[in-house]
Design a binder for this molecule. Sequence first.
Ligand code: SF4
Length: 640
Amino acid sequence: MRTEVKSTCCYCGVGCGVLIETEDGQITGLRGDPDHPANRGRLCTKGATLSQTVNPTYRLQFPEKRIRRGEAGRRQGWDQALDEAAERFAATIRQHGPDSVAFYISGQLLTEDYYVFNKLAKGLIGTNNVDTNSRLCMSSAVAGYKQTLGADAPPCSYADILQAKVIFIAGANPAIAHPIVFRYIEDAKAANPDLKVIVADPRRSESAEIADLHLAIKPGTDIALFNGMLHVLIVEGLVDQGYVAAHTSGFEALAEIVKNYTPDKVAALCGVPAEAIVQAARWFGVSDASLSLYCQGLNQSAHGTHNNAGIIHLHLATGHIGKPGAGPFSLTGQPNAMGGREVGGLANLLSAHRDLANPAHRAEVARLWGVPDVPAKPGKSAVDLFKALKTGEIKAVWIACTNPAQSLPNQAAVREALLAADYVVLQEAYANTDTAAYADLLLPASGWGEKHGTVTNSERCITRVQAAIPAPGEARHDWEIVVDFARRLGEKLGSEDVDRLFPYANPEAIFNEHRESTRGRDLDITGLSYALLEAQGPQQWPYPAGASAGKLRLYEDGRFPTADGKARFVAIEHKPTAEATTPELPISLLSGRMRDHWHGMSRTGTVPRLFNVEDEPLLAMHPCDMRHRGLESGDLDALG
Ligand code: SF4
């Protein structure tokens, strides 16, 4: 019988809804969900080909134990695999303490998966060594929002794109990385020819093609640009003084700093004409509704938090926040990086946007979980976690739904760390990722189309994800693997409480516990349930008990979740990147995304239609840089 099941695309943070078509237990097709608020039926090439990725050939189907690294794994039963894993972790913890083990997880996981991983590490074992590949993309956005607005909450919605009068895209290339968002920008431009699009990007990116003004700034000069634009806003009387006085603090200190960021000085720093900086500031300040969209170009930087603060300042100074078509909108990279942030799935965060550094927050989480305490010492963040694995400070690591042997920076060091580890567990849907070669134990996980739970997209919208087919072989859901392991580990560690700590029979029970942890917090979802999400469709947070709808837009009343209710300007300065001052490293390289692929390509690489679009990675270089180095197009090919 043919049926359609509601789910989401598992690639980027736009979070498009899909309808998965099944017949006789097989996925036979897919279409965009016309009722999903993120995409209204549209899909990009990656989303549209999702049904072609369901191929058991590439899947890990049974637990496998590897006796010696480099050799093929031997099939194991789940009981034996998880018992052995629990014994290895318990022995390591007994001998070396809780911080000798770590979990490296993923923005691809569902919120419920994330929640139990976090509770396993911080609640049962007593270590904050749980970090995620979202660290590499979104941690600056988290810190930027918290430092300025007081909470990690993107205040805008996709609907704002269609109402904006100015769209400022900085450090993002949505035409390639967030294609459905870019369709909205195209729609907005078509509906309103007066809409001004400004793109700040060192490259003339695909998104810059639609721009009325392209600011081809030098890499790493974002703060100079934002401070320079603020300088122009102040000098030309475009600051909303009433808004600044009533709803913000710290403006004077920043205004003092940006006196030095004259258009001429900023032009020299950024490598763009002074007139272009003035033009961008004027458009931004004069318009009724200015919206900024930004992503990894700001986040992935040694001063990523300040990059985020710099663009948010422009909104606070002009009052372009908390009203239709306006606000600083951080685009999320991964499909559920937001869900991970909500449950505190990072080494320095706790559930429901609580801070590990805050003793009251730690006590609240300990009370919610019914444990004596949550450790105060921050865990290792992603890169440091692998460094600690290499030095032996961390001895056992559990990796889930991510491929660090391909995707973390400094690959040689990461692979050495994995080789140096005493014990590596990999929980993964695919059999042949690069990290699989380093695992002592491989645990098969369910994948897209097979999972139940929830995800949150860039615009704070929570969608219920439904399974269309069962997972292949003996693959199990991520949350199930974690809960089963936690119960076994708890027993071995002598915990009398482990069944009470991990009582879940299904993901809904986990969601309900997570929901309770948000009560009274900025992301309060106590009014939501699986039943409501299924009956009424995706909903934006906050959605507290008693509400009849989520919030399309935050901070409409000008009150921010800070101690005094005011947003904060941060006194930030431009600092050149360390590399820019090193003569041995004369070229700045920028990373980008291939439109038809996702991350390490373990899924998209299995689809010929996608794989054949670009058959190898590309390094693009300015013709002058090539000429100065005696390079010709294609020389890298010749190097093999
Ligand atoms: S990759 Fe992103 S834009 Fe494309 S369909 Fe999936 S969620 Fe939508």
